[in-house]
Design a protein around this ligand. Structure first.
Ligand code: PEP
Ligand code: MN
Length: 344
């Protein structure tokens, strides 16, 4: 259930509702929007009648049931989209934010050359894997803490906030000392111990959708983060597994639009993992922008043929620059004649 406070409800009235929610046997979560405050009562086994009675409490506008299985991330709780700040960069507002960088941090030269170039082309954040989830144990597993130090150096030089993946609860402390945005990879979307640990971290989280997760499961994974106390969550659609084998994954554009409908959290797209093919990245980037994504995460490498991971889906530096200029161009125009035909 959610308790919508009236516009201008006092702090005292809000505190009264929070205490009443606790007395009724639920956990209160207070969501303060720019205009009004909402107190969400979550949990099971509480006294529902007592909650419904709060309809008559001072400062309360309405008590309404949340019909979705996810509660705190639902647009029913907060109609206005949220903006998540990553070291000052706003994700989810008016700006379409592009995150770029190599799949894996491989060397100082590779990372710094990429960071300088993507910054110049208009990227707002730098990505780079330090701990890599690889399908085979014989593949490159990442440089670990050395990569984190290199990412910090690249941030110092370029000013770009850094994004890197955390695979295990053991690494949460160390990685959050370095990273500005902690990525939960697709394979870990339902690692509930990891989600619980990240809920307690004072850093925003980039939650990738699992390759076989439904949108509901993805939003319930985000719910773990919010229920545990971290409201700064950005969702990332990175493609799902389908019967198609000519692309690595199928970038689920409908899921981006659906997620934007169901939740107020920002949603970005990863067309690199979403296609596995460099040639398709510009088209899918424009498509993601068109369906309402708040940004992109794109893999970029100075020399993709020598990349230690994900070379075939990495843009080179010039390719990324071209992508950025294409994205800023307006959409195709329809001639008046075509328009009247299609409208008929
Ligand atoms: C990555 O971002 O390099 C990565 C491993 O992504 P995903 O978890 O989506 O496979
Ligand atoms: Mn990758």
């Amino acid at each position: 259930m959610i308790i919508n406070m009236e516009y201008g409800a006092s702090e005292e009235q809000i505190a009264h509702i929070i205490a009443a929610v606790e007395r009724a046997g639920y956990q209160p979560h207070t969501i303060r929007g720019t205009e009004r405050t909402v107190v969400a009562a979550v949990g099971s086994g509480g006294n529902r009648i007592q909650l419904e009675g709060l309809q008559a409490a001072p400062g309360v506008e309405a008590v309404v049931a949340i019909t979705q299985p996810f509660k705190l991330v639902s647009r029913q709780v907060r109609a206005k989209s949220s903006v998540v700040y990553v070291r000052g960069v706003p994700v989810g507002g008016d700006e379409f934010v592009v995150i770029a960088g190599p799949c894996s941090v491989e060397s100082r030269d590779q990372l710094l050359a990429t960071a300088r170039s993507v910054k110049q082309a208009g990227a707002r954040m730098l990505r780079g894997g330090a701990y890599k989830p690889r399908t085979s144990p014989y593949d490159f597993q990442g440089l670990g803490e050395e990569a984190l130090r290199l990412l910090a150096e690249a941030r110092d030089e370029t000013g770009l906030p850094i994004v890197t993946e955390v695979m295990s609860t053991e690494d949460v402390g160390l990685i959050s000392e370095y990273a500005d945005l902690l990525q939960v990879g697709a394979r870990n979307m339902q690692n509930f111990a990891l989600l619980r640990a990240l809920a307690r971290v004072d850093r925003p989280i980039l939650l990738k959708r699992g390759p076989s997760a439904t949108v509901k499961e993805w939003l319930l994974a985000a719910e773990y983060l919010l229920a545990g106390g971290n409201q700064n969550v950005i969702l990332c659609e990175r493609g799902i597994r389908t019967f198609e084998t000519d692309t690595r994954n199928t970038l689920d554009l409908a899921a981006i639009a659906l997620a934007k409908e169901l939740t107020y959290l920002p949603v970005i797209a990863d067309p690199s993992h979403g296609t596995g093919r460099r040639s398709l990245i510009p088209a899918l980037s424009s498509a993601a922008l068109a369906v309402g994504a708040d940004g992109l995460m794109v893999e970029v490498h100075p020399c993709p043929e020598r990349a230690l991971s994900d070379g075939p889906q990495s843009l080179d530096l010039a390719g990324f620059e071209r992508l950025m200029s294409t994205l800023s161009r307006p959409a195709r125009t329809l001639t008046p004649k075509e328009f009247s035909n299609s409208a008929a």
